[in-house]
Ligand binder design. Structure first.
Ligand code: G4P
Length: 537
């Protein structure tokens, strides 16, 4: 007779780690990120009708100034997290705002995921924002699955799209399925793994899962059903199967190869099989770099880092939420953790889980999960929280600002609040602030990754600090910290399209309008270094 074996805490931790999938969707605006998100929730059973999430958020729209701003711009600024279960997996989807004027938040979110889904519009292929977000994933070596969307509309040839992924992104593209029929004739996909054809049917308003039928392939019966499409399909599948571009898991995990899926998020065609494949292929949380070496998710010691701070999520409470990505161990409500930067212990009171804009208190969480902590000014981006005081995670990189503007206020009497607000917003990582070196101009220069951040700064200064401001956009697009002999720097005759400023630490920064102008200044001043912020000591 075998004795009952007591479940050890480490077994439970390992099991919980292995079933976590934490990812973000990277895409250009309009490629279908929101639609796919919603359909993934539909297929996972987290919502029963597509449209429910949006409907719910609409009911709550009156909640905050933040959301008024969202409404006014018609976009989503708030990066939130969705957590849902599917076939035993616990999936965390971290939202990356998809607007053109996206902020550094989008980039930072990619520091907290273990994989990404790249959504492409089948008619447009790779667009500028996809490329930018891909570059961040590549730098981190994040594995990427590709979903080529809108196959129900006329688009580019699938071969052409695969070729573009390989050429533009330098990733091997391995199709896991192949579309059957084009545009309005799109009926389903051929599944290379199972060697079968999946046909889908549309549902009313695409609100429910699309009924799917499965057929073997090749199959004479299908020749009748598909008519003229049968021959080319057989040819293409034969070509792809024979070409031998096989899936290599190690290369996928290293971000060198992407499995590609075709489908239509709108009509739900291919979404279910994609979710199945994602759950199987996407990796669970892996180890994370710290100053003390790799931290394994299954280490019993709790650790995590703050990757995002969102203020003003609920104006009735004027609160600020810090988002903590758990990297190792088990998180428990009310646990005491060591705050590495502050060098003291703090209690994890009021941890939250967020579903869209709803929040609920949680009691426990595991590596891969994101916990929202109501932040009474304790946290800044990159903070490490841990039960082992010796662990500090690598800092989160800053991304080079591309938008600059003069921040003006008419409210001279509110100078103190103005300065306080600017300092806090900069600490939160909302934007950077530069000043004129000799204070000839009093107005600070705002520097941000996306122009949308200017609206965020103005709105927050007004609502949180009571200071009305305006921003005058400047034509510059890049900043470089200039390092060298001060006399040599002072002697330079800078072209008129540049601006010389200092950052909060008094270090010299030059703004340039074009790459060309920057290259010219670098060439004409070989003794001076032109550095990105993270390169400055
Ligand atoms: P985003 O979050 O990436 O910005 O894109 P979103 O999902 O909002 O989709 C952008 C537009 O593309 C929406 O149309 C959406 O309905 C449409 N769309 C998404 N997936 C598909 C697809 O598979 N096929 C087709 N044909 N269209 C798709 P819209 O007209 O801007 O908005 P709506 O009024 O339809 O909501």
């Amino acid at each position: 007779m075998s004795l009952p074996v007591e479940k050890s805490a480490s077994d439970e931790l390992r099991r919980e780690v292995l079933r976590r999938r934490t990812f973000a969707i990277i895409s250009h605006p309009d490629a279908g990120k929101t639609t796919l998100t919603e359909k993934l929730l539909l297929y996972a059973g987290a919502v029963h009708l597509a449209g429910a999430v949006q409907a719910r958020s609409t009911q709550r729209q009156a909640k905050s100034d933040w959301m008024e701003l969202e409404q006014a711009r018609g976009i989503s600024i708030t990066s939130t997290m969705l957590q849902f279960d599917y076939h035993g997996a616990r999936i965390n989807l971290l939202d990356t705002p998809g607007h053109q004027d996206f902020s550094e938040d989008t980039y930072r979110t990619l520091m907290a995921v273990d994989s990404a889904v790249m959504v492409l519009d089948g008619a447009k292929g790779i667009e500028p924002q996809t490329k930018k977000l891909f570059a961040v994933c590549r730098k981190r070596g994040i594995p990427i699955l590709t979903f080529i969307n809108k196959m129900d509309q006329p688009g580019r040839h699938p071969f052409d799209l695969l070729d573009e992924i390989e050429r533009t992104l330098g990733m091997t593209a391995v199709p896991f399925n192949w579309p059957i029929g084009e545009g309005s004739g799109f009926q389903g996909v051929y599944d290379f793994q199972q060697r079968q054809v999946l046909f889908f049917q549309r549902t009313s308003h695409n609100q429910r899962r699309a009924p799917m039928t499965v057929e073997a392939f090749p199959n004479p019966k299908l020749a009748d059903t598909l008519g003229e499409a049968y021959g080319p399909l057989q040819e293409e599948i034969g070509l792809l199967t024979g070409a031998g571009t096989s899936f290599d898991r190690d290369r996928f995990l290293a971000g060198e190869l992407t499995p590609v899926f075709f489908g239509s998020a709108l009509t739900n065609f291919g979404v279910g099989p994609f979710l199945d494949a994602f759950t199987t292929l996407a990796p669970p949380p892996g180890p994370r770099h710290s100053a003390q070496g790799l931290v394994q998710p299954t280490d019993e010691t709790f650790s995590g880092f703050v990757f995002k701070i969102q203020a003003n999520m609920d104006p009735q409470h004027r609160d600020r939420m810090a988002f903590l990505r758990i990297c190792s161990g088990r998180f428990e409500k009310d646990m005491m953790v060591y705050h590495a930067r502050l060098g003291r212990k703090i209690r994890m009171t009021r941890p939250h889980r967020l579903f869209g804009r709803d929040r609920e208190t949680i009691d426990e969480a595991y590596p891969g999960d994101v916990v929202g902590l109501v932040n009474p000014g304790l946290f800044t981006i990159g903070d490490t929280l841990t039960s082992d005081p010796t662990v500090t995670f690598d800092p989160i990189p800053h991304f080079p600002p591309e938008c600059f503007g003069l921040l003006r206020t008419q409210d001279i009497s509110k100078h103190k609040q103005f300065q306080k607000g600017l300092k806090q917003l900069e600490e939160e990582g909302v934007m950077q602030i530069f000043y004129s070196p000799d204070h000839v101009r009093r107005e600070p220069v705002l520097a941000a990754v996306g122009e949308l951040q200017f609206d965020v700064v103005m709105s927050r200064l007004e609502h949180e600090y009571g200071v009305k401001t305006s921003v005058e956009r400047m034509p510059h697009t890049m900043a470089r910290w200039i390092v060298g002999d001060p006399a040599a720097i002072a002697a330079v005759y800078w072209p008129s399209d540049t601006v010389r400023l200092v950052d909060q630490q008094g270090r010299g920064v030059m703004l340039f309008t074009t790459e060309h102008l920057l290259a010219y200044c670098i060439k004409s001043n070989p003794s001076i270094k032109f550095l990105l912020r993270e390169e400055v000591a």
